[in-house]
Ligand binder design. Structure first.
Ligand SMILES: [Zn+2]
Length: 480
């Protein structure tokens, strides 16, 4: 293999690998030249900031501690969940916790070796933060956020972009302008001959438009074409000689999406059955919860007393597909699976975690994958967060200079493997990370496959996972 001195990573937020063909010609052609990891998966819960933290640290959620997009953390904030999309909330979290994601981030590993990392982020400010949380302390690193100078720890990067490319695009969906702005910025300097060693470009689509317009909508097809056009420009600049001959390019997504077919009013229904549960807990509220395709149920008091009834309540609801319990609470929740089974056993994890029911059947566009949700989008919009195979399957493609074209690699791998792969490509050790470097030339042995089941009464759930070099990779879960 030719030696690599730069890695360019392009993230397509929410992109389903089965939706590339026919919609994204540049990415499709890239896949013909690159190694395509067909066994690549997200982490659980399959939401953006949990995924970003895995990408930015090489850890599963059990190692980085971002256990949800929203997470009730009373020692940081009372009255509402910590919102990991919000820059200010992450600054508060750091003040309370010390480190936001640990034990070491990709940015820190690079900085320790004197390498520079740039992040060009067109999604939420929180996701931008989590790509390189200690960016300001990592010499020469910078993170651009599309949300402005106040939304990043390196405001000079935003100021320089505004001076060169004009005002930041206004919010609204589909986000065509954000995609173009991110590519403009990458081409203007980050991908130059003397640019950073790692350039991470986060494209906020098709996630936003999947959510708001639906997976198969005309607007979605159009924004996927825009994301593809930005990718084509980035790829051309990244592979331009002479440095392009020493550049590895990765195309990845953080999770997929499925179509929502119904809403489940979990807070109202819990309260109607006598549980003191709230999304926005008051001073004496017993149970805090979060919403989406999945969510946390966190007992703020009387945990041992409440968990048995809460678990039984969820298992009796056909709308709920899976129930997980923190490992120490498992004896109180017969029928639940342990959070350790989905790599979510961190000290910040909640008492219980629910996943809404989903199926593989087609949605109203004819695309496979549909399910229920408790919040986040209007019915018919796309959603993610659960363990449906179409939420878990991700794009992971790696183009190395001098490697033969068109390889398909079906080993189990996941988001925590990306940071170690970046370090490995640059000749740096990745031993501190849970993930494992992906080396296309290696031919791993056939993967160990496991089917975990649990149930109580009429409730039966199953979790399918495969053992990868970096841990258990989650393929699919739901009602048995
Ligand atoms: Zn995402």
């Amino acid at each position: 293999m030719t030696s690599v001195d730069r890695v360019v990573v392009v993230v397509f937020d929410g992109l389903r690998p089965d939706m590339i063909a026919g919609r994204m010609p540049a990415l499709e052609a890239f896949g013909q030249a690159a190694t395509v990891f067909t066994g690549a998966r997200s982490v659980f819960p399959s939401v953006t900031r949990v995924a970003t933290s895995s990408l930015g640290s090489g850890q599963w959620p059990r190692g980085h501690g971002i256990v949800g997009n929203a997470m009730h953390q009373p020692q940081v904030l009372q009255g509402r969940a910590l919102d990991t999309s919000a820059f200010g909330d992450l600054i508060l979290a750091r003040a309370a916790w010390g480190r936001v994601i640990g034990p070491q981030t990709l940015g820190e590993a690079l900085a320790a070796a004197g390498r520079r990392m740039a992040v060009i982020h067109s999604g939420s400010a929180g996701s931008a933060f989590l790509c390189n949380p200690e960016v300001a302390a990592n010499g020469g690193h910078w993170t651009f956020s599309i949300h402005g100078q106040e939304a990043t720890q390196t405001p000079d990067a935003v100021r320089a972009a505004e001076e060169r490319h004009g005002p930041l695009p206004k919010s609204g969906t589909p986000k065509h302008d954000q995609l173009a702005y991110a590519a403009d910025l990458a081409l203007a300097g980050a991908l130059g001959e003397d640019g950073p060693d790692v350039v991470l470009i986060w494209l906020c689509e098709p996630d936003s438009t999947y959510h708001s317009h639906g997976l198969g909508a005309a607007e979605t097809t159009a924004v996927m074409a825009s994301a593809d056009a930005s990718f084509a420009r980035i790829l051309e600049a990244a592979t331009q000689a002479p440095r392009g001959q020493r550049t590895a390019v990765m195309a990845v997504s953080d999770h997929g999406q499925i179509t929502t077919t119904g809403h489940f009013e979990i807070e109202t229904l819990l309260r109607a059955d006598g549980f003191d549960a709230r999304v926005r807990p008051e001073a004496d509220t017993a149970i805090a919860l979060t919403l989406g395709s999945s969510g946390e149920i966190r007992c703020l008091r009387d945990e041992a007393g409440l968990v048995p009834d809460l678990a039984a309540w969820m298992m009796a609801r056909p709308e709920i597909g899976m129930v997980f319990a923190r490992d120490d609470l498992l004896p109180l929740a017969p029928g639940a699976l342990p959070l350790s089974a989905v790599n979510l056993d961190h000290a910040r994890a909640p008492s219980l975690f629910y996943v809404m029911h989903s199926e593989d059947g087609p949605d109203h566009f004819g695309l496979p994958g549909r399910g229920l949700k408790t919040g986040g989008v209007a019915v018919g919009g796309g959603m993610h967060g659960g363990l449906n195979r179409h939420e878990m399957s991700t794009v992971l493609q790696l183009l190395l200079p001098g490697e033969p074209a068109g390889a398909r690699d079906d080993r189990p791998c996941a988001l925590p493997d990306i940071a170690p792969t970046i370090l490995d490509l640059l000749g740096l050790p990745a031993d501190a990370m849970a993930g494992h470097p992906l080396r296309p030339a290696d031919k791993p042995a056939p993967a160990e496959v496991e089917r975990l089941t649990a149930g109580s009464g009429d409730f039966h759930q199953v979790l399918e996972r495969r053992r990868g070099a970096g841990g258990w990779v989650l393929d699919h879960g739901g009602r048995a």
